[in-house]
Design a protein around this ligand. Sequence first.
Ligand code: MG
Length: 159
Amino acid sequence: MDIRIGNGYDVHALENGLEMWLGGVKIPSEKGFVAHSDGDVAIHALCDALLGCLALGDIGHLFPDTSDEWKGADSKDLLARVVAIVREKGYHVGNADITIALQRPKLSPYINTMRATLAPILGVTEDRISVKATTTEHLGFTGREEGCQVWASALIVKE
Ligand code: MG
């Protein structure tokens, strides 16, 4: 069996008055992410995990933030493009696991909606998509509510 594993990491800064998108879901919040796209840091880390499986670089390389084409882009569209690349290479997604570090707001009410949003884009059932959230106990830039960090792992399987 030909299986491949990848990991991704992304950070976005938080600022008052911007939208907060995480895992394809809009989260009610006073602060949102500073970004060229919609700033969905969870999807960005997931894209990098999938690209990492295939040693294809990162989303910054694929969708440069210097290009107007990706200005305000819906990160779900970026993820769909990455999944299309995975399929072109003859693989399908096995599973993915995402950990979001954010001090505020509490993400637990939105976790299952994120899983339900991401699963069809990845072409898998929800039981293959894990989304976990943690605070950093007020430590570091995340704890000071200056930003959000996300780690993602993905596994792909050759058809
Ligand atoms: Mg990003």
